[in-house]
Write a protein that binds this ligand. Structure first.
Ligand code: HEM
Length: 240
């Protein structure tokens, strides 16, 4: 955790929304009923990764199968998709490197995360029975997603480069790359669907951390009790 401070009373700094103003530069800070969770730079990097991922997806799918050929119309045709896709892939890989750098220090799996990932821990979490649990700013599942996304981005980049410059590589590697690129993108896509579901409909209040940069104290207490305790330096209430 990079920074911890307690700001119970919103600062009077002349800006309309003190929580959002603080969330530009800092995180892990309490402002009134909110906690700043993601600073602006982290949110910008995350949304750049997401945007470039979807450009890759929607330009790649019509190249992959004619059944999804109509998606190419979004970009002006299949030829445009063939040109755009590898460049969007490079942008996605570059944004993923930034995302990796910004979060890696917070994503090391701890023994508590391993407990969280056991069926018992997951059941407790999804039944909202983990007020006192040892779940920090990111839970074991989020950390796994982070590492899987890093590995997936690396795999997509490496196999994509082989397909982009086929003459530089042997036939075996080219054939393997076609297969692995498809497998990697299919797994990645399935993972991101789950991620979007958990970050929006499944856990109301989560999405705002990537928009406003803040979450409510009760959200933090429910989903990330150890982080809540660390940031507020107080025990979570068990009656909410
Ligand atoms: C429309 C698409 C997306 C939505 C709605 C979304 C939503 C979110 C939200 C709400 C969080 C914050 C979770 C929290 O504070 O606890 C988050 C974090 C994160 N997102 Fe996304 N995301 C999207 C796309 C992506 C993509 C494409 C990737 C990777 C390629 C990605 C990787 C991550 C990672 C690694 C984190 C940090 C770990 C975690 O909180 O799960 N996201 N996302």
């Amino acid at each position: 955790m990079r920074r911890m401070a307690l700001t119970d009373r919103p600062p009077q700094n002349g800006m309309g929304d003190p929580a959002m103003a603080l969330a530009r530069r800092t995180e892990d800070v309490v402002v009134g009923d909110e906690i700043v969770r993601e600073r602006l730079s982290a949110r910008l990097v995350h949304w750049t990764v997401a945007l470039t991922f979807f450009v890759c997806l929607f330009t790649g799918l019509p190249i992959w199968t004619p059944y999804l050929g109509s998606l190419a119309n979004l970009f002006g045709g299949l030829h445009v998709c063939r040109v755009l896709h590898p460049w969007a892939g490079v942008a996605f890989a570059a944004a993923s490197v930034l995302m990796f750098g910004q979060w890696v220090s917070q994503m090391k799996l701890t023994p508590a995360d391993r407990e969280f990932l056991k069926p018992r821990g997951l059941l407790r979490y999804f039944q909202y029975r983990n007020e006192d649990a040892d779940v920090g700013k990111y839970n074991g599942g989020q950390k796994l997603l982070f590492w899987a996304a890093a590995l997936g981005a690396l795999g997509l980049l490496a196999t994509g480069l082989v397909m982009w410059f086929p003459l530089g590589f042997g036939q075996r590697l080219r054939e393997a790359s076609y297969l692995l690129h498809d497998v990697a993108f299919s797994l990645f896509f399935a993972m991101i669907i789950g991620h979007i579901y958990l970050g929006t409909a499944a856990e109301p209040g989560t999405f705002r951390s990537m928009i406003r940069g803040t979450v409510t104290k009760s959200w933090a207490q429910l989903h990330h009790p150890r982080w809540y305790r660390e940031v507020t330096s107080q025990r979570p209430k068990t009656d909410t």
